[in-house]
Design a binder for this molecule. Structure first.
Ligand SMILES: NC(=O)c1ccc[n+]([C@@H]2O[C@H](COP(=O)([O-])OP(=O)(O)OC[C@H]3O[C@@H](n4cnc5c(N)ncnc54)[C@H](O)[C@@H]3O)[C@@H](O)[C@H]2O)c1
Length: 311
């Protein structure tokens, strides 16, 4: 298939930037990676060489730079720097200064306002949100988010580009903080942390319940489709007595604040909800990637075969 875009400029060679580069390169798209930190660029190059060991031509399509240079026609800029509004605005301004007026610019923000990121742009109509999920080379869904000024043509081009990459773009009608996925993830985590704080359940049992109940089901269909199958009247009956008891705090949980203050940051710090060492982290990473691929294959097959609740 002819790519709707000829090359990608990815800004930010961190966790997401590296997997975005893998995704583009796997589709034979030349990538220019820009990051202020030379060490991040080197780590990214190393990761790409490791990912495509038998295909040096692929790694050869990656060009890394610490500074911008003029971009010709046919590029897309994917902003994937630190989740900070000031930094993102500065990067978007650099992109506008170095790119052709028609260049598509997307931001991989996890939930900042698209309008706020685009504030000060000369042509805000060419900016859209394209929120990928980690790892971006594997997870199919991408949230596509318009700002108030985003042109319809920008959304069409963004979706066409994502489809070319084998993704499943899902278009929001407007930008809200956290978009859809992070709103849901944080609503779930707020309740999880509240249950831990209240001593209702421990971390192991909570993970066991979520993974092997709603977790396995959600891999096969979305929550609304599931509720349809279950019956909306049943859902309403439960909602009527349950909601007054659910966590509705407007501030992050005390337990989470305490953990972070104590340096319990999760796997990277050796302790979070669970203890971590290098071996466990490596095991988990490899298992997760392979298992994720299998789960995605099953989910895609279900979708293809029409097992979406219509029978
Ligand atoms: N990590 C995830 O799971 C995830 C998932 C989806 C979206 N996101 C979003 O993707 C973006 C990047 O996240 P990440 O996890 O890759 O972050 P990260 O901290 O791993 O990487 C950010 C990179 O941006 C670079 N950077 C900072 N300022 C820069 C500048 N002015 N010019 C060039 N490079 C600059 C940093 O040097 C760093 O290498 C964020 O907006 C984040 O919210 C993250």
């Amino acid at each position: 298939m002819t790519p709707p875009i000829e090359r990608a400029v990815i800004v930010g060679a961190g966790t997401m930037g590296a997997t975005l580069a893998k995704l583009m390169l796997a589709h034979r798209l030349p990538v220019r990676m820009i990051d202020r930190q030379a060490s991040a660029l080197e780590a990214c190059r190393h990761e790409i060489e490791r990912t495509f060991p038998d295909d040096p031509a692929v790694a050869g399509k990656l060009d890394v730079q610490t500074h911008w240079s003029p971009e010709g026609e046919g590029s897309i800029v994917i902003e994937s720097v630190t989740e900070n509004l000031t930094i993102k605005r500065a990067v978007i301004a650099e992109a506008e200064a170095h790119c052709e007026p028609t260049t598509l610019i997307v931001t991989n923000t996890s939930g900042l306002s698209i309008d706020a990121i685009g504030q000060g742009m000369r042509r805000p109509e060419r900016l859209a949100g394209a929120h990928f999920f980690n790892p971006a080379d594997l997870v199919p869904a991408v949230e596509v988010i318009p700002g108030a000024a985003t042109a319809q043509a920008t959304l069409h081009r963004t979706c066409a580009f994502l489809t070319f990459l084998g993704k499943r773009p899902a278009l929001l009608k407007q930008s809200v903080p956290g978009f859809v996925a992070n709103r849901l993830q944080h609503a779930l985590m707020r309740e999880c942390l509240s249950l831990l704080e209240k001593g209702v359940v421990d971390a192991e049992a909570l993970d066991e319940i979520v993974q092997f109940s709603i977790g396995v089901r959600l891999a096969l269909s979305g929550p609304l489709l599931q509720r349809d199958l279950n019956g909306l009247d049943t859902h309403l009956n439960i909602a009527r007595y349950l909601y007054e008891d659910l966590e509705d705090t407007h501030t992050p949980s005390r337990l989470l604040e305490e953990y972070v203050a104590q340096g319990r940051l999760g796997a990277k710090a050796g302790q979070g909800f669970y203890p971590w060492d290098e071996a466990r982290i490596e095991r988990q990473k490899h298992q997760s990637r392979d298992s994720l691929k299998r789960i995605i294959a099953v989910a895609m097959e279900e979708k293809r075969s029409g097992n979406d609740g219509e029978h």
